[in-house]
Design a binder for this molecule. Structure first.
Ligand code: FES
Length: 107
């Protein structure tokens, strides 16, 4: 795993999310000014969770409305059945840093 800068602290408003440009992409969420990071690709199909609907600490996929915990990646409602990976986040100065697998390393 390696810490990478995902964005600046002011780049994601409270209740919003952004998608990193890395492959595979990570979705960074701001929940009450606390930041969380999940694998961006929904485990049901290929939708971006950063494009989903954020309600508190839950994100609802924009395509078929599966819900995931933003804190843990757990599935909260179908049609998804598998959780998404949740990554550690730390704030360094004004940067949101995410601990992601290095290339070739599985999550
Ligand atoms: S792609 Fe997310 S619920 Fe289907």
């Amino acid at each position: 795993m390696a810490w990478r800068r995902a964005c600046g602290r002011t780049d994601v408003d409270d209740g919003e999310a952004m998608q990193t440009e890395w492959e595979p992409p990570v979705a960074v969420f701001n929940v009450d000014r606390e930041f969380f990071a999940l694998a961006d690709t929904c485990t049901h199909d290929e939708s971006s969770l950063a494009d989903g609907y954020v309600d508190g600490d839950i994100v609802e996929c924009a395509w078929h409305f599966a819900k995931f915990s933003i804190r843990t990646g757990a599935v909260l409602s179908p049609p998804a059945t598998r959780p998404v990976c949740a990554y550690q986040v730390r704030i360094t100065g004004d940067d949101v840093m995410v601990d992601v697998p290095e290339s070739g390393e599985s999550a």
